[in-house]
Design a protein around this ligand. Structure first.
Ligand SMILES: [Zn+2]
Length: 262
């Protein structure tokens, strides 16, 4: 038996009303720390759900939530939503290393040749598929991955044309033609998984022994169907928006494919 149309409409309207006015509890010290503009922005969450920093479970803005601000020495202020039962709205200290949670599933790697003044430059683009909101003490909002990359020695890139500085301690290893490993200076493996390589890229790597490691929240995957030109534009826009970090990183080929080793 079908649901009478009237009931469906009433149900949708009730749901819409709940979504339009999420109840977000914000304690005065939290509002004072992040300022009126960020407090107002926090009352309009961009998504319907959030990940609770205490229990790790999903929360829905259809239910009340708490705004939690996490602070650590020398690190940006992190703004998160939490289940009110898990955490009341508060200012919470955190350990800076809790930022460094390597999870290869949250990263997608692309081997690319970028046009340069002296020919093509081999690059590995490590795109974060998730995103966390960060509010700097200055009040600026920043992507959550950027402070980690900068803290680990990558540089903020203002444009794709600018020379990419060396990133001491970083390394890329290629165990095969379909996989890659990215290690940070502190020894942590940030990525170990798929990296599809093509012949011209591998030749460029063999010639220089280096690649530009570029990372951020770029929208490369979304631009892929429109072709390499659109992907290059997405990279350039990420750089202009201050959301692209990079460094020149040595690449070690751990396993050469048959034809090249002869
Ligand atoms: Zn929770």
């Amino acid at each position: 038996m079908r649901t009478p149309p009237g009931r469906t409409v009433a149900h949708q309207r009730r749901e819409y009303t709940t979504m339009a006015e999420p109840v977000i509890r914000i304690a005065p010290p939290v509002a004072e720390l992040i300022g009126p503009e960020n407090t107002a922005a926090a009352r309009r969450p961009p998504n319907r759900t959030y990940k609770c920093p205490r229990c790790g479970g999903q929360g829905s803005f259809a239910q009340p939530s708490s705004l939690v601000v996490m602070v650590a020495d020398g690190m940006p202020t992190l703004v998160r939503y939490a289940h009110p039962a898990c955490m009341p709205s508060c200012v919470q200290p955190y350990a800076p290393q809790s930022f460094r949670v390597p999870d290869s599933r949250a990263m997608h790697l692309t081997a690319a040749l970028l046009p340069g003044r002296h020919g093509y430059r081999p690059a590995v683009i490590a795109e974060l598929t998730g995103r966390e909101t960060i509010v700097l003490p200055s009040g600026d909002r920043l992507d959550g991955w950027m402070p980690v990359l900068l803290d680990l020695g990558l540089s903020l890139l203002a444009s794709l044309e600018a020379a990419v500085p060396a990133a001491p301690g970083w390394s890329i290893a290629l165990p095969g033609s379909c996989s890659g490993i990215i290690s940070a200076p502190d020894g942590s493996v940030l990525y170990h998984g798929e990296l599809h390589q093509f012949a011209a890229w591998r030749q460029a790597i063999a010639a220089t022994g280096h690649a530009e490691l570029l990372s951020g929240v770029i929208g490369l995957g979304a631009a892929a169907p429109a072709g390499p030109g659109a992907q290059l534009q997405a990279l350039a826009e990420a750089a202009r928006a201050g959301l692209l970090a990079g460094g020149m990183v040595p690449v070690t080929v751990l396993c050469r494919p048959g034809p090249l080793s002869a």
